[in-house]
Design a protein around this ligand. Structure first.
Ligand SMILES: *Cc1c(COP(=O)(O)O)cnc(C)c1O
Length: 502
C-alpha cells in the first residue's frame, strides 16, 4: 500500500516513509491510496482475536513494507498489560443510558492516563523501524506542539528510545496543572520541554513553520538528524486509532449487545480531528457506522463547519476546562476533505491555502452535503460540561473527565433532536483525575477546594472512591526538570540550541 500527500498526488511514498517524514514536503498530509476492505467475513474472523490480534491484522493491511515480525514486535511492546493495566488496553463499559445501548470506550488506561497513549505507545516503535528502512542512520528529532495530553504521551513513548530526540512545546497558560507537572517532571536523556507565550494554535503553527524552514532542515541534515512528527498529523498516530473502533465493535458483538453487521454510532470529543477521523476510516473500510457525532467545547469551529460548510478560525479563542480540545485549526480535517472531494489534491490545497492566508474557506455544496450526511456536530460550554459530569456521577454512578463530559452532553443533544436508538460508542479520552479540579468542583457539595492539585486528587478520591491511576499518584514526588518559557518567534532558536546545532 502506498501513500500520497493530500496537497500533491505526485508525492507518493511507502508506509515507512510516510511515518518517518510525518508531514509531506509540500505541507500536505499523507493518506493511504486505497483502504483494505473489512466485509462481514473479515469482521467475523476478528471476533476471535484479542486487542493485539486485531491490531496486528490492521497494521499488516496498512504497513505493507513492514515484515510480520516487525509488526509483531511493535504491537507486543506497545500494548503490554503492565502499561495498560490489563490485557484489554481499551475496555468498554456497558451502560444503558438514555434508554439506549450506550458503551463508554475507556481509552485512558495507558501510562499518561489519556487516549493519546493508544497511539503514542506504538508510534516510537513504528518510527524507529521506519527510520531504519528510509533514513540511513539519521536520528529523528520529534517536535511536538501540545494542548496538554499529546506532549506527555509523546514524551513517555519516546523517552530513551534510541536514535530519537524529542522536544515538546506547550501553551504556558493552556494546560492543566497536572498536565504541566506531568511534562515538567519527564524523565529521559533525550527529552526537552518548553512553554510558549501563546495558545495551542500558536505552538502548532510555530512547529509547522520550523518543519518547513529549509535552512533549519539542512542544518539538521549536516548533523545527521531529520525532523519527524508525533503530532496527530503523522499517519503512525492515526492508524493505531482505527484499531480500537474495530475492537470495540467486536466486543459489542461478542457481548451480545449487537449482531454482526448492525450499525453503531460513535461519539468523539474532538480537537484536532484525529480520533474521529480514525473512526471514519474504519467505516470506509467496512465497519458498520451510522453517524459520527463530533463533540466540541466552546471552540466550536467544527460544529459550525459541519452545519454550514464554512471553516472559519477567525473567532474568539476560549481557554476551557477541556483544554485538549481548545483548538481552532483541526489539522486532520484536511484528510477528510481530501477524501470527500474525490481525492482532489488541487481542491484540498486551495482550501488549505485559504485557511493559511484568510483563516477561512468554504467547501463545495457536494462536500458540505457529504460531511453533514454522516457527521453530526455539536458543542457544549464549561457550565454544561460540569453539569454533565455531575449528572453522570449522580445518576449513572460514572465519574468522567471534562472531555468525555463534552461528548456525553453533545450525545444528549443529538438524542433529543433525533430520537436515534442506534447502539452507541462514546470515546472517553482521559482519566477524571487528569482534570481533578474541574471534576471535583462538579461533583462536590460546594465546599471549598484545597489549593494543591494533589490535595484535590485526594479529595476526589475520598469523595468518590474511584481509584487514582498509579502514574498520576506518583507524580507528587517527582523532581521538576523543565521550566523554560519562550516567545513563538524564539521557537526555532530554542530547537537549534536544544539540539546543539546553533
Ligand atoms: C487530544 C484529546 C482530544 C482530542 O482528540 P483529537 O484526536 O485531537 O480530536 C480529546 N480529549 C482528550 C483528553 C485529548 O487528549
Amino acid at each position: 500500500m502506498l501513500y500520497n500527500s493530500t496537497e500533491n498526488k505526485n508525492e507518493v511514498v511507502s508506509a515507512s516513509q510516510a511515518i518517518a517524514q510525518g508531514i509531506s514536503k509540500d505541507g500536505g498530509l499523507f493518506v493511504p491510496q486505497s483502504l483494505p476492505e473489512y466485509d462481514t467475513d473479515v469482521l467475523q474472523s476478528l471476533l476471535k482475536l484479542d486487542y493485539k490480534g486485531i491490531a496486528k491484522k490492521v497494521f499488516t493491511d496498512f504497513l505493507s513494507d513492514f515484515t510480520a515480525e516487525e509488526i509483531d514486535d511493535c504491537v507486543e511492546k506497545a500494548y503490554t498489560a503492565e502499561k495498560f493495566g490489563g490485557s484489554n488496553p481499551a475496555p468498554l463499559v456497558f451502560k444503558s443510558y438514555n434508554g439506549n445501548e450506550t458503551n463508554i470506550l475507556e481509552l485512558w488506561h495507558g501510562p499518561t492516563c489519556a487516549f493519546k497513549d493508544m497511539a503514542l505507545q506504538i508510534l516510537p516503535h513504528l518510527l524507529t523501524k521506519s527510520l531504519k528502512k528510509t533514513a540511513d542512520g539519521k536520528d529523528a528529532v520529534i517536535l511536538v506542539a501540545t494542548s496538554g495530553d499529546t506532549g506527555k504521551a509523546a514524551l513517555e513513548g519516546f523517552k530513551d528510545v534510541e536514535h530519537t530526540k524529542i522536544i515538546v512545546f506547550y501553551p504556558e497558560l493552556g494546560v492543566s496543572p497536572m498536565q504541566k507537572r506531568q511534562m515538567n517532571t519527564q524523565e529521559g536523556a533525550n527529552v526537552k520541554v518548553c512553554a510558549i507565550e501563546g495558545n495551542f494554535d500558536d505552538a502548532q503553527t510555530g512547529v509547522k513553520r520550523i518543519f518547513t524552514t529549509p535552512e533549519i532542515s539542512s542544518k539538521l541534515a549536516e548533523n545527521n538528524m531529520m525532523f519527524s512528527s508525533a503530532n496527530s498529523i503523522n499517519w503512525g498516530r492515526l492508524l493505531p486509532q482505527i484499531v480500537y473502533y474495530i475492537a470495540s465493535y467486536c466486543e459489542m458483538v461478542n457481548a451480545g449487545k449487537i449482531k454482526l453487521g448492525d450499525k453503531i454510532n460513535v461519539v468523539v470529543p474532538t480537537g484536532n480531528f484525529g480520533n474521529i477521523l480514525a473512526s471514519y476510516y474504519a467505516c470506509c473500510m467496512g465497519l458498520p457506522i451510522n453517524k459520527f457525532i463530533c463533540a466540541s467545547n466552546s471552540n466550536n469551529v467544527l460544529t459550525d463547519f459541519i452545519s454550514t460548510g464554512v471553516y472559519d478560525k477567525n473567532r474568539k479563542f476560549y481557554a476551557t476546562i477541556s483544554p485538549s480540545m481548545d483548538i481552532l485549526v483541526s489539522s486532520n480535517l484536511e484528510r477528510l476533505l481530501y477524501k470527500l472531494s474525490g481525492n482532489s489534491d488541487t481542491t484540498t490545497r486551495e482550501w488549505m491555502t485559504a485557511l493559511k492566508t484568510d483563516g477561512k474557506y468554504e467547501v463545495t455544496a457536494e462536500v458540505k452535503d457529504a460531511v453533514s450526511s454522516v457527521f453530526y456536530g455539536g458543542y457544549c460550554d464549561d457550565v454544561k460540561t460540569k453539569e454533565t459530569i455531575a449528572k453522570m456521577y449522580k445518576e449513572e454512578n460514572y465519574l468522567c473527565d471534562t472531555h468525555t463530559a463534552v461528548a456525553i452532553a453533545v450525545y444528549d443533544q443529538y438524542i433529543s433532536e433525533t430520537g436515534d436508538k442506534t447502539p452507541t460508542v462514546i470515546a472517553s479520552t482521559a482519566s477524571p483525575y487528569k482534570f481533578s479540579k474541574s471534576v471535583l468542583s462538579a461533583v462536590n457539595d460546594g465546599s471549598e477546594l484545597p489549593d494543591s492539585e494533589f490535595d484535590m486528587v485526594d479529595m476526589l478520591n475520598s469523595l468518590t472512591g474511584v481509584e487514582v491511576p498509579a502514574p498520576l499518584a506518583s507524580l507528587k514526588d517527582k523532581e521538576v526538570r523543565f521550566s523554560d518559557v519562550v516567545k513563538v518567534n524564539e521557537m526555532p532558536d530554542y530547537v537549534l540550541k536544544a539540539l546543539g546545532v546553533n
